[in-house]
Design a protein around this ligand. Structure first.
Ligand SMILES: [Zn+2]
Ligand SMILES: [Zn+2]
Length: 269
């Protein structure tokens, strides 16, 4: 599988791409072309053009969750020739906003707008996109050191409630050397994501972890996470997007972190 990061907060030195506080990743597995997230704006579209990637030919768009730094670019994607699938947890489609009736931080477009362009596939269960690539659906939060938190509010059947981000999900690719996990924000906790990917695939070997780990302040959680990641013995560790410099540095002390950002391309076998 070929993976290209189209949007990230970080831009490596030799990259021709622009950066943005958001995440978007383009995947080619055999004949399947899949976009995981869309960043916040048209940056993913402009970067795709620079890299010669045709976003009109997508088979599926996957949203890791509904936050607008992952879904905002939906309104900027070129319209596909066919009707690609749009895969996300059902709660990703619920409105989201900052606390106390603040600005919207959910999907930038209506369900009707999406239905006109995509075949909507809301699912909380794992969904296999190819023989080797799975959308994980809802992630059970299994690691006690990854405390749950809320961010903003979401419109539930009982009105606006603090958002626990049940919609947070990720992709897991099964390659020759084990699983590569590709995350958006890991609001579920990156270690819970890894643990669930192992369960879904029935595979214990982890080849790589790539994407946002949502770790900010150094402290016990970052330390325990770094220890968990070290014990995976993964070949490739690429915390990016919403992983602070301090958190990356803490992980790097235990597991060498690979530089990754907008324009990074890698082959995953
Ligand atoms: Zn988020
Ligand atoms: Zn994010």
């Amino acid at each position: 599988m070929k993976l290209t990061i189209l949007t990230d907060n970080n831009v490596p030195l030799d990259s021709p791409c622009c950066g943005e506080a958001g995440f978007c990743c383009y995947l080619e597995d055999g004949d399947s072309r899949i976009l995981l997230d869309t960043g916040f704006s048209d940056v993913c579209v402009r970067n795709a053009e620079k890299l010669g990637i045709d976003l009109r030919a997508l088979d599926a768009v996957v949203l890791s969750h509904g936050h607008d730094d992952h879904s905002g670019g939906l309104r900027c994607l070129p319209r596909a020739a066919g009707r690609p699938r749009l895969i996300a947890h059902p709660d990703a489609f619920r409105p989201k906003r900052w606390e106390g009736g603040g600005e919207s931080i959910g999907l930038p477009v209506s369900r009707a707008w999406l239905e006109e362009r995509y075949e909507l596939c809301p699912t909380a269960e794992p969904l296999f996109l190819t023989d080797r690539l799975a959308f994980l659906g809802q992630i059970p939060r299994t690691q006690p050191f990854e405390e749950e938190y809320t961010l903003g509010e979401t419109l539930t059947d009982a009105g606006w409630q603090p958002d626990r981000m049940a919609d947070d999900s990720a992709l897991a690719y099964r390659g020759r050397e084990g699983l590569t996990i590709i995350t958006g924000c890991s609001h579920s906790g990156i270690c819970s994501v890894v643990a669930y990917a192992k369960r879904v695939w029935g595979e214990d070997r982890i080849a790589g972890v790539i994407g946002g780990f949502h770790l900010r302040e150094p402290g016990p959680r970052v330390q325990r996470t770094a220890e968990y990641l070290r014990d995976l013995h993964a070949k490739r560790m690429c915390p990016c997007h919403c992983t602070s410099f301090a958190a990356r540095a803490a992980i790097h002390r235990l597991v060498p972190v690979e530089e990754a950002g907008a324009g990074t391309q890698m082959e995953i076998e």
